[in-house]
Structures are given as C-alpha cells and as structure tokens.
Design a protein around this ligand. Structure first.
Ligand SMILES: [Zn+2]
Ligand SMILES: [Zn+2]
Length: 152
C-alpha cells in the first residue's frame, strides 16, 4: 500500500465565476502573460502549430469563457492544433487523453498545489476539465468557490 494516498477529483467549475491565475507547463514555466489581457486577466499564452505553421494562442483565463485570441495562424473551426510551452517548446499534449466529445487529443497545463487543467485541442470544441490532485485530502473544502479559486 502506498503511504500517501492520492486523491484525484474532477471539479465542476461554475462557468465565468473564476479565472486561472497560475498556469504552468510540466517544467514549471509560467504561461499566464500579464502583457496580454482577456477580460482584464492575464491570458494563458501557448505556442500553437497548425498544419506546419506556427502561431500564438492566448487562451481566455476565465473558466467557461472562450474569447481566445490567435496570432500568426488562424485554424478553421474544427481544426485540431498542437500546443506547446512558449518558453521551452515542450508539447502540452496530454498523453493518452482524448476529448470525450470529439475524440481529439487533449492538452494539459498544471496548476499550483497539484491541480491540472485539460482542454480539447480542436478549435470550436469547448470541452475541458479541471482536476485537483490533493494528497492531503482537503478536497471537501473545495466545493466553495472562494476555496477553489485558491487552487487556480
Ligand atoms: Zn516550459
Ligand atoms: Zn473536443
């Protein structure tokens, strides 16, 4: 038996009530860019590749809102993009994860305190989810919005 039990839960996040503030690639690079704001909050800046062309995707940091900004490439609706950390170039593709709605690959970013956020890499598909991995089992407190915000 593992000493520390890990509890992984998927969280239902009420749309548009909270925003992510600290998002990282798996090497720990901060992806939120204070120089680019959407709805007044720093956007999540990712390198985007579509059909061999490179651009930048700024993701709306407000959960449940999708006013993303594209620069450089403009994939058509339904186009599946590849996403990378703009700092280290690491792929953000979630290994083995596919979208429950459209079966496209998912991308993954990391939140402080062990949470992850996954999203579909197909443009126009808004499937995404937040998972909080809490080794200390303080999860029951999560279901209050203000506590959840502290995980983002
Ligand atoms: Zn990185
Ligand atoms: Zn999808």
């Amino acid at each position: 038996m593992p000493k520390k039990e890990k509890l992984e839960i998927e969280v239902e996040v009420p749309a548009k009530k909270i925003h992510v503030e600290h998002v990282f690639c798996h090497k720990g690079h901060q992806l939120c860019d204070p120089s680019k704001k959407i709805h007044g909050f720093p956007a999540i800046k990712l390198k985007m590749r579509y059909h061999g062309k490179d651009g930048v995707l700024f993701i709306d940091p407000v959960y449940g809102s999708f006013d993303n900004i594209e620069e450089g490439v403009r994939p058509p609706k339904g186009g599946v993009v590849e996403l990378f950390c703009p700092v280290c170039g690491e792929s953000l593709k979630a290994a083995g994860e596919t979208c429950q709605l459209c079966s496209s690959p998912m991308f993954v970013c990391y939140l402080p305190k062990g949470g992850i956020i996954e999203g579909c890499s197909k443009k126009g598909c808004y499937y995404h989810k937040v998972k909080i991995v809490d080794a200390e089992k303080q999860v029951s407190r999560l279901f209050e919005n203000d506590t959840l915000q502290s995980y983002l």
